[in-house]
Design a protein. Structure first.
Length: 374
């Protein structure tokens, strides 16, 4: 696939990659420097999608990547993340403060053992274990002085002459709730009530959403942050930080694959441009409810004509009996689509006067009309 060369030094770029069960992002933050967010692979043994792309356009991974943010540790966002840390040896690595709490680290030390975690494949907690061990070895060898960045809302993660990157979540309350979850799990372990498979928290209020200032541009990367019933968590808490108002984003990575639980009216009002913004969404084709649904796309098309999706989930015609489906889920915890497609949305803009341009590769495409189910 011909991607051409890297962006010009003064050009911003947001590249969004999706496989149908995973997503990752590469952002050019000026002067040949890059931010990477999350990780996904087209197939289990592949190189992470954004790393492959950067190599294709001639980027030196060991020097050019300055920051790697793991927004949360659901498997569709962290697959291959340990490879990113290995390849991008000059990058700072940022995770939620909740994942550096002693309650989580003690739990991690137990569940990261390969002889203990009966997970039929590499899980998010194993990826995190490898990453933490790699960073520990780096610092012990004296080659790097980059500690793990423990982030939270209203946290400046990176600054240069042209660019600033802020975490706008998770909130203090979200971090506290997640730590309490880990405390309960550790209590079960201490009492001998271990669970053989460690499952990640289902709630996404601990996801790291990012606000990027690049010259006169604003970019909002929504991660999987959700709307909650608590004003101290989720999008409500993110909107209440001292950073805003700070302009409006013309580029918005839609949270949680377009699901309604990530759609916050106040975000559209306060943070996103009303002048035909560029919206990018990744698909999620695992499970009963595939995203974005037809209704999700219709809702987003009400906001803009510039809507792009890494791939539209296939509406399966296979309908198994409930007992058969239940048995499959019990036997195979993780099911992978053979030959799943990789979609790549590339958004670029040069200077203050040039127009934003969008290119699509692989299964990605522009959504130009509402889709009605057959």
């Amino acid at each position: 696939m011909n991607f051409g060369g890297p962006p010009d030094p003064d050009m911003f770029e947001v590249s969004l990659f999706g496989t149908g069960v995973g997503e990752s992002i590469a952002v050019h933050i000026g002067q040949g420097n890059w931010l990477l967010v999350d990780s996904c692979r087209q197939r289990r043994d592949d190189f992470p999608a954004h790393l492959s792309y950067l190599q294709e356009i001639g980027v030196d991974l060991s020097k050019a990547v300055k920051l790697f943010v793991i927004t949360h540790w659901h498997d569709d966002h962290i697959d291959g993340a340990s490879e990113v840390v290995k390849q991008c040896s000059e990058a700072k690595v940022a995770i939620s403060s909740a994942l550096s709490a002693q309650e989580f680290l003690k739990t991690l030390s137990i569940y990261n053992r390969r002889d203990y975690l009966l997970d039929r494949g590499k899980s998010g907690i194993q990826e995190l274990g490898i990453i933490l061990e790699d960073i520990k070895k780096r610092n012990a060898n004296g080659k790097h002085v980059f500690p793990l960045v423990r982030t939270h809302s209203n946290h400046l993660l990176y600054r240069s002459d042209d660019c600033s990157i802020y975490a706008i979540s998770p909130s203090d309350m979200s971090i506290d709730k997640t730590i309490r979850e880990f405390s309960e799990i550790w209590g079960q372990i201490s009492r001998g009530e271990q669970r053989l498979i460690f499952t990640s928290p289902h709630q996404n209020h601990n996801s790291i959403a990012l606000w990027i200032r690049y010259k006169d541009q604003r970019i909002l990367l929504g991660s999987d942050l959700e709307v909650t019933n608590d004003s101290d968590t989720g999008w409500a808490a993110a909107l209440n930080i001292s950073l805003f108002p700070d302009g409006k984003s013309q580029v918005f990575k839609i949270p949680h694959h377009g699901s309604p639980n990530g759609d916050c009216a106040e975000v559209w009002e306060k943070l996103v441009s009303s002048e035909n913004p560029f919206l990018a969404v990744t698909s999620y084709s695992r499970g009963r409810t595939q995203r974005p649904s037809d209704e999700d796309l219709g809702r987003l098309l009400d906001r803009t004509t510039n809507l792009y999706c890494t791939s539209l989930p296939k509406r399966s015609t296979i309908r198994r009996e409930s007992a058969v489906e239940r048995t499959i889920r019990e036997v195979a915890k993780n099911r992978w689509t053979i030959g799943k497609n990789l979609g790549h949305i590339r958004i670029r803009k040069k200077g203050t006067k040039e127009e934003i341009s969008v290119e699509v590769f692989g299964s990605a495409d522009k959504v130009i009309k509402r889709i009605t189910s057959a």
